[in-house]
Write a protein that binds this ligand. Structure first.
Ligand code: NAD
Ligand code: LMR
Length: 330
């Protein structure tokens, strides 16, 4: 007998990431080629027609893994029995805006959707927040959904992780699959710290393979930190296919596990490891097994890295305070 379908919620499903994500999830990129799914697509009433169009296209694609598509503008209906919730809905950053500029618009959405998830989602629901400010939206969701275990609420920094892999591969002229174990520390923002000190390329430590510390501490870091803004400048819209692809990577590794000897970056609730502030959603190196993530421990952190971790941690604490102020002023 085949596997039972898993219900996957995509919020903001009529938007540009949603459009790319829906097809990637439907073709097994997120949960594997053997896992049937029922898609729950949520958007807001002004986008209802476009959302119905996405549903029509999914029917037209005759997708073997898809056992149903619910397209709705009712958040309670959308959250019913979902085992995976990918929270993309929100207001995207436009040219010239920092991610925290979209804060007040988005944190109130995450507060109200937390309540719907808590009430209606399947027990053990795994939540990935993509919408910016992703770490802080995830934190607000967590604070307003106390019955969902904190470890089940995560934020997307896998796109930054993949960007770091891509930059190293381009610089070395090697295939990206040979580059491993980079780390994104902290916030999905321009303060994030992309760190290659423990990474390898073709089995060699990246710093030895590159022998270019000036690049690694300079352009590499700023390119990854600013890549989202660079894509917005080029496309006039924020990244979508890479964001959707990385969201699939995040959930796939979380559910199906990471490869032995390899870690990935995920925004998870901080326990204070590596000097990060506690009780914010902080990106760490994690290994996953049996549907659970665990922060990789015991990595050496030099003074340079500790300084960078402090900067991004301070920003997350500041964002948390700002988000709570926004919600208090509602
Ligand atoms: P988009 O504007 O194309 O789509 C957003 C969709 O969300 C729209 O269809 C909108 O109607 C919908 N929406 C708004 N409020 C909603 C609500 N309350 N409930 C459900 N849906 C709602 O934007 P996009 O380009 O798809 O980006 C979506 C989000 O993802 C943005 O916040 C963007 O900044 C963020 N993003 C994050 C990453 C990351 O790596 N974490 C990468 C790229 C984009
Ligand atoms: C990205 O990193 O591409 C997104 O977070 C979009 C943005 O606002 O930068």
């Amino acid at each position: 007998m085949g596997k039972a379908p898993v219900r996957v919620l995509i919020t903001g499903a009529a938007g540009q990431i949603g459009y790319s994500l829906a097809i990637q999830v439907s073709r097994g990129t997120m949960l594997g080629p053997e896992q049937p799914i029922i898609l729950h697509l949520l958007d807001i009433p002004p986008a209802a027609q476009s959302l119905d169009g996405v549903k029509m296209e999914l029917i037209d694609a005759a997708l073997p893994l898809v056992h149903g598509v619910l397209a709705t503008t009712d958040v309670e209906e959308a959250c019913k029995d979902v085992a995976i919730a990918v929270m993309v809905g929100g207001f995207p950053r436009k040219a010239g805006m920092e991610r925290k500029d979209v804060m007040s618009k988005n944190v109130s959405i995450y507060k109200s959707q937390a309540a719907a998830l808590e009430k209606h989602a399947a027990k053990g629901v795994k939540v990935l927040v993509v919408a910016n400010p992703a770490n802080t939206n995830a934190l607000i969701l967590r604070e307003n959904a106390p019955s969902i275990p904190p470890e089940n609420i995560t934020a997307l920094t896998r796109l930054d992780h993949n960007r770091a892999l891509g930059q190293v591969a381009e610089r070395l002229g090697v295939h990206v699959s040979g580059v491993r174990n980079v780390i994104i520390w902290g916030n999905h923002s321009s303060t994030q710290f992309p760190d290659v000190a423990h990474g390898t390329a073709g089995g060699r430590p990246i710093p030895d393979a590159l022998r270019d510390e000036a690049w690694l501490r300079g352009d590499f870091v700023s390119t990854v930190q600013q890549r989202g803004a660079a894509i917005i400048k080029m496309r006039g819209m924020s990244s979508a296919l890479s964001a959707a692809s990385s969201a699939c990577d995040h959930v796939r590794n979380w559910v199906l596990g990471t490869e032995p000897g390899t870690w990935v970056s995920m925004g998870v609730i901080s326990d204070g490891s590596y000097g990060a502030p506690k009780d914010v959603i902080f990106s760490f190196p994690v290994k996953c097994e049996g549907g659970r993530w665990e922060i990789v421990q015991g990595l050496s952190i030099d003074e340079y890295a500790a300084g960078k971790i402090k900067v991004t941690g301070d920003e997350l604490v500041e964002e948390k305070e700002l988000a709570l102020q926004c919600l208090a002023g509602e």
